[in-house]
Design a protein around this ligand. Structure first.
Ligand code: G
Ligand code: G
Ligand code: MN
Ligand code: NA
Length: 254
């Protein structure tokens, strides 16, 4: 079968599932949130990673349905965890440019929150830094409206597209996620370490939260904590896992 047909069927069969990776607050030792990452559980090919199907979904327009399904599944799960009294913090959902630029996106998010009962204040939308390249005005307008609903907005892959930090001041966002590529050079490279420290100082001074992504070892953790970053995500704390693994993650952090 052509991949488009396969992906469409996979969506119909419920084979695209949310996995969850913890974002930890290392100051309080708590689970601050979960990043939601799509996985294709194929009965014939096993677990397929998003790098192999998200770009295809974007090209074909299927990302709209995929995104709504992931959002709905994650919010349903998040509401169930809340009802059980399980503290998992924010749910961070990846949103691609195609989705944000779609006319119906805001209504879809509003409808899913209403139907699942998941609080808007606990939803965080991650947008890649690349989104600012085109359609700046309409992006700002959409984000402003999402934030007026109580939803939080993060800039994902921060530092990969722009050398300047000045533009951040004008954007309606709550947090940045420093890209993993910076962590790969820490603490070995003095230049990267200086850039990351500068990002921390600047972001903190304008009131933005910062998450460090891709933390794999203790020296990276120590460096980021030393630079004032306490929200940490990475294999050092755990890989993305199925929903069943989340309660243990939340309890361990307590
Ligand atoms: O999970 P992995 O670790 O391999 O993710 C690879 C990429 O796929 C990431 O850049 C992530 O932003 C993207 N991605 C994962 N899940 C989703 C999703 O549900 N929607 C969108 N738009 N992108 C996703
Ligand atoms: O949306 P974004 O591009 O930020 O997606 C995060 C990606 O990074 C996912 O593919 C996730 O599986 C991956 N990831 C998360 N933590 C680590 C880590 O510590 N090391 C590596 N190599 N990848 C990570
Ligand atoms: Mn992300
Ligand atoms: Na990223």
């Amino acid at each position: 079968l052509a991949w488009q047909t396969r992906l469409r069927r996979a969506l119909e069969q419920g084979e695209i599932l949310p996995y969850y990776q913890g974002i930890f607050d290392t100051e309080y030792g708590t689970l601050a949130g979960l990043e939601v990452l799509a996985r294709w559980q194929s009965p014939t090919d096993g677990l397929i990673m998003p790098g192999q199907f998200i770009p295809l979904a974007e090209e074909s327009g299927l990302i709209k349905r995929l995104g709504e399904q992931i959002l709905r599944q994650a919010c349903t799960q998040g509401a169930a965890w809340l009802a059980e009294g399980l503290e998992v913090g924010l749910l961070s959902i990846n949103v691609s440019a195609h989705q944000l630029h779609d006319k119906g996106f805001l209504e879809t998010v509003e409808r899913v929150l209403e139907q699942t009962g998941f609080p808007a204040e606990r939803l965080d939308l991650e947008l890649s830094e690349a989104i600012w390249v085109e359609g700046r005005e309409s992006v700002i307008d959409s984000l402003t409206r999402l934030r007026a609903m109580g939803i939080r907005v993060s800039i994902d892959d921060f530092g990969t597209k722009y050398a300047s930090l000045a533009y951040l001041r004008h954007l309606p966002v709550d947090r940045i996620k420093i890209d993993k590529s910076f962590m790969d050079d820490i603490p070995g490279s003095d230049i990267t370490s200086a850039i990351v420290s500068a990002i921390m100082t600047m972001a903190t001074s304008i009131g933005l939260e910062v998450v460090a992504e891709g933390i794999e070892n203790q020296s990276q953790l120590d460096f980021m904590n030393g630079a004032g970053c306490r929200l940490i995500q990475g294999y050092l704390y755990g890989r993305p896992q199925a929903a069943e693994a989340v309660p243990a993650l939340s309890r361990r952090a307590d």
